[in-house]
Design a protein around this ligand. Structure first.
Ligand code: SF4
Length: 332
């Protein structure tokens, strides 16, 4: 990954809203503010980890980039192309942005054999047929660690890890520049998780693919990511190099996520236990509410009066990146 190349992905002020019905028998509807002004850039060959609690907006961000959800406002550019402006069938023919989801069984057609699951996009997008398509499909399976004799089998005949490899092969078939990985290893056991992570890293090294890697497991995200974005109530509240964000979190919400993450080191366990005692236990506020001030002030152990009134701006953090918190010195 080079840092002086132009951005691969540029997201600016992205907003997503949903109207939700209150009940089956009427009662009106309300608005969920799922993304509230997300801006970020990614470079070719980079992995940006996205973490946050359930309801933080991290999966909505992935779906918004893939245009699987309507955008309320904002722009998405991939290699300068205005992805936010694509409509109808133009969206179906996108190759450069692909996805791997948590449950490969749900995303792989159970009635298709692997040869067709991986080979169909080769026909649709590159016009490959017959032996040419078979050879390319077999090569893709080999690239993800599956054998050619898997080609005529159905998804149900594979383990969870193998199904995820099939999903990766299908995404890879289209030679994407960026893959949105939404909890891609959460359903797998620990040893299978590391095999799939190693595979993703090897593919990145070979093809320069960028990953937006969405996960709740901070240890996994730290391992695979170059940078991490921390999301809270539809906004990014901290972003920076993975090691700095995990070792020296600047935002109290990142600190809270880290304190809740399991660790094996007994010294670190004691430190996190002490940290948890310091932090107030509370639930994520409703994403239908727009609170004044800092969105985290209702749960923050360090909140002061200004936090309830004024939205903090991003400030640079020593060691790289930024965080949006009034505790930090304002950007000069
Ligand atoms: Fe906590 Fe205030 Fe910082 Fe928000 S701005 S995270 S409430 S200290």
């Amino acid at each position: 990954m080079t840092t002086d190349a132009p951005p691969l992905l540029e997201v600016d002020d992205l907003h997503v809203r949903f109207r939700v019905r209150r009940g089956v028998f009427g009662g009106g509807s309300y608005t969920v503010y799922a993304l509230r002004g997300v801006s970020l850039t990614m470079r070719a060959g980079e992995t940006l980890g996205v973490v946050g609690e359930s309801g933080s907006g991290k999966s909505t961000l992935g779906r918004a980039l893939l245009r699987l959800t309507d955008l309320h406002r904002g722009t998405i550019r991939l290699e300068g192309q205005a992805v936010h402006a694509l409509k109808g069938r133009m969206l179906d023919f996108r190759r450069d942005l692909q996805a791997v989801f948590q449950d490969p069984y749900a995303s792989l057609n159970p009635a298709m054999v692997v040869a067709d699951i991986v080979g169909e996009p080769l026909t649709v997008h590159f016009g490959l047929r017959g032996r040419e398509r078979d050879a390319k499909t077999a090569a893709l399976l080999d690239r993800v660690g599956l054998a050619a004799d898997h080609l005529e089998r159905y998804p149900a005949e594979f383990s969870g890890g193998q199904r995820q490899r099939i999903a990766v092969a299908r995404a890879l078939a289209l030679e994407p520049r960026l893959i949105v990985c939404d909890e891609p290893v959460s359903a797998l056991d620990v040893s299978t998780q590391s095999q799939v992570i190693n595979l993703l890293q090897a593919l990145q090294a070979s093809f320069g693919i960028a990953y937006l890697f969405i996960a709740h497991d901070l240890a996994v995200v730290r391992h695979i990511s170059h940078r991490i974005a921390v999301m809270y109530l539809g906004s990014i509240v901290e972003m920076g190099p993975a090691q700095r964000v995990c070792d020296q979190p600047a935002h109290p919400y990142t600190e809270m996520l880290l304190a809740a993450a399991p660790v094996t080191d007994p010294v670190e366990q004691r430190r996190r236990k002490a940290l948890r005692r310091k932090l107030p236990a509370s639930e994520l506020p409703s994403p239908a509410e727009v609170l004044p001030g800092c969105p985290f002030h209702t749960r923050c152990a360090y909140a002061t009066d200004i936090c309830k009134q004024q939205l903090p701006s991003p400030s640079p953090v020593a060691g790289g990146g930024w965080a949006a918190c009034h505790l930090l010195p304002a950007a000069g």
